[in-house]
Design a protein around this ligand. Sequence first.
Ligand SMILES: Nc1ncnc2c1ncn2[C@H]1C[C@H](O)[C@@H](COP(=O)(O)OP(=O)(O)OP(=O)(O)O)O1
Length: 639
Amino acid sequence: MANNLDDAQAELDSVEAELEMVEVQISELLEKQTKLNSRKNKLLQILEGACSSAQPSGSSKLSKPSFSKQDLQHYEESDFSWSKEVQAKLCSVFQLSKFRPLQRAAINLSMSGKDLFLVMPTGRGKSLCYQLPALCSNGFTLVIAPLVSLMEDQLMYLKSVNVPAVTLNASSTKEDSKRILAGMIDKNSPFKLLYVTPEKIAKSKLLMSKLEKAYNMGLLARIAVDEVHCCSQWGHDFRPDYKLLGILKRQLPKVPLVGLTATATSNVLKDCQKILCVQEPVTLTAPFNRPNLYYEVRFKDNEDCTDQIAQLIRERYKNQSGIVYVFSQKDAEVVATDLQKRNILAQPYHANMEPSDKSQVHQQWASKKIQVVVATVAFGMGIDKADVRFVIHHTISKSIENYYQESGRAGRDDGSADCIVFFGFGDIFRISTMVVMENTGQQKLQNMVAYCQNVDRCRRAMMAIHFDEVWNDEECNQMCDVCRHGNDYITMDITKYARDVVTIVEAASSVDEKLTPLKVCDAWLGKGPAKHRKMIKVTSLSRLEVESIIIHLLLHGYFSEDFSFTPYTTHFYLKLGRKAALLKNSNHSITMKMRRRVMSHTTVKKVSESPVEKSSAKVQGKRPADDKKSVAKKVKTLP
Ligand SMILES: Nc1ncnc2c1ncn2[C@H]1C[C@H](O)[C@@H](COP(=O)(O)OP(=O)(O)OP(=O)(O)O)O1
């Protein structure tokens, strides 16, 4: 009887464990189903309203676009009543011979009084889409821009082409403010563009009342909201004052509004539409692809990659301008000094510098007195240097949106340029703790990490999926490392390794100890405190292999983040993720694709080989069995 009960209890435990696994799998599949359905709807929507060069949509009706391919063609024409003037001013004022894709349609839509969201890659010429209509309309155009420095750059440029433009911001003098406020309701319109910060709209009642007066007099031609994604908390640069801009459409309902951004997913745009109280905007999305940019990811094989960066700058980019993006102000100083020591003309740039120092660095770089700016994200909006030949990320960006925008500062002149990101294990967790309070910070960072960890998908395809675009890998034209070095990866069975490393975290947690990812690595590699070595199997994998496997397990839910907050800092520890329990099932297996360069002395079991691997294994005389042997031989078990 006792035996029967024991058996029943054992079976119950096992059934319960299996049920738990089934639940994890169901929730995974449901999550996947939601993602696939959303992608399917997006693809159907694109196919319905598709046209080759652009994807216009009436963003309020997702399933049936109210703005069709024919509508777009109509707005691409040049027989509107304003077309001659627009064309003449394009040449005479802006000194440009022809429009870039979607500029003409955007201008015609705006001149027709439509509300418009314009999503166009960084550096493709969004500003022209409101500056040219401003010149061809009565009255003035109100431009909301997030940074004073950005407005000043625009004003400097507009002054150089003799377009009267002014700005009202916190540092405007009383006299200037008075003159500008009077100018707004002057029928002779002394200026065609008025740049203000969103704070000014939120805080200055006087400005709002003058805007209403100008509106009633028919002198407010249109409103342009630059970097419109800043409205949305889901966007990558949320600014609280942008959230209050709905007042403009509420008080001035008939003024056409144009919202401009380089990067916004359809959800972010929907959010912006709601916040700005825009009823039925037309959304024009220029293809996100920048064919002249080469995208590459390199592994940091130790935490410092400055030597590699210096070598690239001295050799491949000799005498060419570029940007090196870093994580922090301190990194900007340190990396700039390190590059200087290697005879490279580099200067740091970050938010904590005096404005005059910042503008000096910018000027020196623009005039080629220095070759490289080593910058934090503070060096960004408003940077309009055409011949940037490289953008190197010393540390990964915190999201794909950020990466796209930062790397997009390369090659604005349409000449070829490189965008290289150095992918380091420790950096992931530094950034993770930085974005811990951001709404979707972890998810966005994971997307960026997945972009870097990816070895088999065209990098442009990954960006396209992220930005809800349809992409044909062949269009990459070998302008990313994956397409250029195709199939440079091996599919590995890492189940055994996953079990080993999960056991380390489990064992630590059973004695109430939390481990940082670095400590997990060290413990697994047999480094660090002796007590760790006692409770685990030390691996003979290389550090890069160990790091790649831990990242893979984190991205796929076998590990998850465990943050711990102190008054001064946030710590990142690894804990078991929702899928860790699956590893208890002997039938469960995990495979992972790894770059051959990471697998320098492969010890992990291969599941399949890419064509490149097959041929190179032959050349090197390697046999698959060698790997199995080495696995068996190299995994040590400590007493
Ligand atoms: N039709 C055109 N032909 C040639 N050059 C153009 C054209 N339109 C704009 N440009 C140039 C002017 C600028 O030097 C450069 C970038 O324009 P700009 O309006 O600053 O880009 P943007 O606003 O899309 O970039 P960002 O997202 O960085 O703000 O392109």
